[in-house]
Design a protein around this ligand. Structure first.
Ligand code: SF4
Length: 441
């Protein structure tokens, strides 16, 4: 059984409220942290080996150490709660059931970074959660954990919740900052990075909800102890939101030492594939990471078990080419049509492209149109190569990672499931009434 750090109290009735959270030991990590110096906290975060839980997996301590500290210029912590990646819903779970864990993590992080005004930018579709967060902020303030002169330390901190307008691109940190400033959520060219010029051109750290929540157990048990959980550079625990054709969709906390096979088939986690079907493929880290066929998902190219951690999921480089990403674990059974599935993703990225750069603006539209044509049985063999060519021209040629996120699923689908694309081309009539999965199993 995986060790629980973040969700250990999630089952307790009323844990959403300050009184119950406090009774369970809540805010003791904050009390401890406020007696430390900001540099001591930073050292703990670095020692923990925590990697950003939003998708990129960049070391959090290192990111914090890049924060510029010019004299007299305010700094900000911004929590990225714009969780819009298809298949990902673990931050929603944290905010809905454990809002004080996030607030406590923000207090510690704000103190460490010197942010007197911090923000939570939350996706518009999570319409009921801002009220939960704002209630938790008021409770924390009433108890002296937010506001002026917190616990008599002289440190002031206010937290504000800002609702997004429902654009996926605002999950990209610089687009998020633009939106927070009241502008259209267009990603900025980097450099300068937010650590130097972020919100209102002030030094800013943008971190994912889960990353900030993880600061609480890190301070609680120390960074060194946190680093002992997990394996290699995959330290601590990770929340996985599992969905698709499985028996037990939900949010699970894992310690990154379990195998993918165990995660999918054990009753503690996904409980196996629905209706006893065969596993066909999986997107292990949210829709932007490449799809992996079952054989490469469960075993590495050397035939060894694959593990649910950053290194193992990406192991083999081009063999899987996938990533832990945001932890949005989407499972596909044997009945699913990869062309149909890829087309749905292409439509999503085309719709969400902000339109600033040509390869993304035009390319995502072309990919969607071609995939639609193939899926409807109206494609030609050359269209598969054209599709491959377009995704190659998008990848690495755009301002922000949405371009790559749109290209990778298409590339992986063609690389691993080219036979399905060809089947649609060769069977135009059948492909209008059946999908590849149903026709072949
Ligand atoms: Fe906008 Fe796409 Fe360019 Fe990102 S890659 S800036 S979403 S057009």
């Amino acid at each position: 059984m995986s060790k629980k750090l973040l969700l250990k109290d999630a089952h307790i009735e009323g844990i959403r409220y300050f009184e119950t959270y406090r009774k369970q030991g809540g805010y003791t990590a904050a009390e401890k942290a406020l007696k430390m110096t900001p540099d001591e906290i930073l050292e703990e975060v670095k020692a923990s080996g925590l990697r950003g839980r939003g998708g990129a997996g960049f070391p959090t301590g290192m990111k914090w150490s890049f924060l510029a500290k010019p004299e007299g210029v305010p700094r900000h912590l911004v929590v990225n709660a714009d969780e819009s990646e298809p298949g990902t819903f673990k931050d929603r779970y944290l905010m809905e059931f454990l809002p004080h864990l996030l607030i406590e993590g923000m207090l510690i992080s704000s103190y460490c970074l010197g942010s007197n005004v911090s923000y939570i930018y939350i996706r518009g579709e999570y319409s009921w959660i801002p009220d939960i967060l704002e209630e938790a902020i008021e409770e924390a303030k009433a108890a002296g954990f937010l506001g002026k002169n917190i616990l008599g330390t002289g440190f002031d901190c206010e937290i504000y919740v800002q609702r997004g307008g429902g654009a996926y691109i605002c999950g990209e940190e610089t687009a998020l900052l633009e939106s927070l400033e009241g502008k259209r959520g267009n990603p900025r060219l980097k450099p300068p990075f937010p650590a130097v010029k972020g919100l209102w051109e002030r030094p800013t750290v943008v971190n994912n909800v889960e990353s900030i929540a993880a600061i609480v157990p890190i301070i609680d048990i120390t960074g060194a102890e946190y680093a002992k959980i997990g394996v290699g550079r995959s330290t601590g625990t990770k929340l996985i939101s599992a969905c698709g054709n499985i028996n037990k969709p939900g949010v699970y906390e894992i310690d990154m030492t379990i195998t993918v096979e165990e995660f999918i088939y054990s009753d503690e986690y996904c409980g196996g594939i629905k209706d006893g079907k065969k596993l066909k493929a999986c997107i292990p880290g949210g829709s932007s990471v490449p799809i992996v066929p079952a054989n490469l998902l469960l075993r590495t190219v050397n035939g060894e078990p694959r593990y649910m951690n950053y290194e193992s999921l990406a192991d083999g480089g081009f063999a899987t080419g996938t990533m832990m990403g945001s932890g949005g674990f989407i499972v596909l059974d044997e009945d699913q049509c990869i062309v149909d599935h890829t087309m749905t993703l292409a439509r999503f990225y085309n719709h969400e492209s902000c339109g600033q750069c040509t390869p993304c603006r035009e390319g995502t539209g072309w990919m969607y149109k071609i995939l639609k044509k193939i899926e409807k049985g109206e494609g030609k063999m050359e269209d598969i190569d054209l599709l491959w060519d377009i995704q190659r021209k998008i990848e690495g040629n755009t301002i922000c990672p949405l371009g790559d996120a749109a290209a990778w699923p298409v590339a992986a689908a063609i690389r691993h499931f080219r036979d399905e694309f060809e089947w649609h081309v060769k069977n135009p009539e059948l492909s209008q009434t059946q999908n590849y999965g149903l026709a072949h199993y």
